[in-house]
Design a protein around this ligand. Structure first.
Ligand SMILES: Nc1ncnc2c1ncn2[C@@H]1O[C@H](COP(=O)(O)OP(=O)(O)O)[C@@H](O)[C@H]1O
Ligand SMILES: [Mg+2]
Length: 166
């Protein structure tokens, strides 16, 4: 299953992340891809909010690859940008990704085993100016269910606001 959402501003991207965060139960992998400045960290800020964490906790420092946060569920914010390639057995990644917390991984494609893992893919692309195309792809039954719920809460939000946000 696939869901495509157009974001017109950072707030839209965060809102989508927040809605997703509020639907998570733990054990999920959120696989973020997209070029520098696409909005991956912005999305994770929203995800944090949905897990009852302050979005200001989510930073994008140069040298830190893994940051742990403890909200409604643990959030492991992993950024593989500074690594050309990495395996699941390195840096304890397997333990994070197969824990009962939520792992949000930026530059997920740099993980050697990326294609083998069930996850929710979040691909963010530039569409000119501040518009972003966010494509969510469910890899595995758990993620299909989450995406269904996310789509439903998006449709409800749209009709409540009386404006299209996707
Ligand atoms: N629609 C949008 N969604 C997300 N970020 C946006 C959007 N429009 C502009 N931006 C800006 O793009 C940048 C995204 O940065 P960041 O989330 O750190 O990107 P990444 O982690 O993908 O490198 C921020 O400066 C943000 O303000
Ligand atoms: Mg980032």
């Amino acid at each position: 299953m696939k869901l495509i959402v157009y974001s017109r501003a950072p707030r839209d991207t965060k809102n989508l992340g927040r809605r997703l965060g509020s639907l998570l139960k733990g054990g999920e992998i959120i696989a973020l891809t997209g070029d520098l400045g696409a909005g991956k960290t912005c999305f994770v800020k929203g995800l944090a909010k949905g897990l009852s964490l302050p979005e200001q906790d989510i930073l994008s420092p140069t040298f830190i690859i893994i940051q742990e946060h403890f909200g409604r569920l643990p959030l492991y914010h992993i950024d593989l940008y500074r690594l050309d390639e990495i395996g699941l057995e390195e840096l304890g990644l397997r333990d994070y990704l197969f824990s009962s917390g939520v792992s949000a991984v930026e530059w997920f494609e740099r993980l050697r085993e990326a294609d083998e893992l069930n996850c929710l893919e979040v691909k963010i692309g530039f569409e000119g100016g501040s518009v972003r195309r966010i494509e969510l792809n469910a890899r595995g039954d758990t993620y299909v269910r989450i995406l269904h719920d996310l789509e439903r809460c998006f449709l409800v939000a749209r009709s409540e606001q009386g404006e299209a946000s996707s």
